[in-house]
Design a protein around this ligand. Structure first.
Ligand code: ATP
Length: 269
């Protein structure tokens, strides 16, 4: 695969003036809980994300990250709590709120037999995009998909599929982008390109991004703040620098291990 940072679209956009982050919250979660029978997957979770911010959502296997994201997307009904996007409550205005969000995960496949254009057209229609052809052409230029538009998605490489999944996630110009492991299974060059693209998109659009990842270096590089989950609860929420200082660690990976193993430091008793 060609080195992605040379993509003309990104180089052009990379030099645009960044949109300064605003303190207005795009996502507000209050006392969110989800119980599956005897399992309390998410317990009394509250946090918010400001417009123009990238927040990391970290936690070990089974911590409750996917369930939280599924509730924010309106795919799973919370047992309790409220979710507001740009001031509007998901439970009261589901159609309007879902239209402001989008999602990407390497674990959710797009239909394999449809071409890239067909897939993006389906999602453009689902989201009511005003000029689908123009939007798809712009995303194809941005994400270097122009040579792939007529190829069935099932015949693309993992890196190419990731770029198509990003195009799908950006088709409706979301105010809130939810990303689950956006660079899983990518080679370092492609992963680096995706990170640069996401940072650039966030700066240009002022969108907020919630990023669930097991890649600590990625979280440290991209995220303004980090929500740490364990057994369904938020056990810490701070900037990467704040966490490193408080836990007396050099890397977020060590902080993660402290939290996963419940060796919390600097916490008020
Ligand atoms: N549909 C379901 N029915 C029953 N239990 C569920 C369901 N979905 C999730 N759980 C349970 O809820 C808990 C949280 O799961 P979740 O998938 O949210 O964790 P996660 O942080 O995303 O983990 P991972 O990093 O492994 O993906 C787990 O104990 C899981 O077994």
């Amino acid at each position: 695969m060609a080195p992605h940072p040379t993509f003309a679209g990104v180089d052009r956009l990379w030099h645009d003036a960044p949109v300064p982050p605003s303190p207005r919250p795009i996502l507000e979660i209050e006392h969110l809980s989800k119980r599956f029978g005897a399992v309390e997957a998410v317990r009394d979770v509250s946090f918010s994300i400001a417009a123009g911010a990238i927040t990391g959502l970290l936690g070990g296997n089974g911590a409750g990250k996917t369930t939280s994201i599924a509730m924010i997307l309106g795919l799973v009904k919370p047992s309790a709590g409220t979710i507001r996007v740009d001031g509007r409550e998901l439970a009261r205005e589901p159609v309007a709120v879902k239209a402001m969000m989008n999602f990407s995960s390497p674990y959710v496949d797009l239909p394999h037999r449809l071409t890239v254009t067909e897939n993006l057209t389906v999602f453009a229609r689902l989201y009511g995009v005003a000029a689908p052809r123009r939007r798809i052409a712009a995303l194809a230029a941005d994400l270097d998909l122009e040579g792939l538009l007529d190829r069935p998605v099932g015949r693309l490489s993992a890196g190419q599929k990731t770029r198509v999944a990003l195009a799908k996630a950006l088709i409706n110009e979301p105010k809130l982008l939810l990303l689950d492991e956006p660079t899983a299974s990518l080679d370092p060059d492609t992963a680096d390109w995706v990170r640069r693209y996401l940072t650039d998109y966030q700066r240009r659009s002022g969108a907020a991004i919630l990023l669930a990842s097991h890649n600590m270096a990625e979280v440290e590089r991209l995220c303004a703040d980090v929500v740490m989950m364990r057994a369904g609860r938020i056990v810490d929420h701070d900037t990467p620098a704040g966490l490193l200082a408080r836990y007396g660690r050099d890397t977020l990976e060590d902080v993660f291990l402290d939290i996963a193993r419940d060796r919390r430091k600097g916490k008020p008793s």
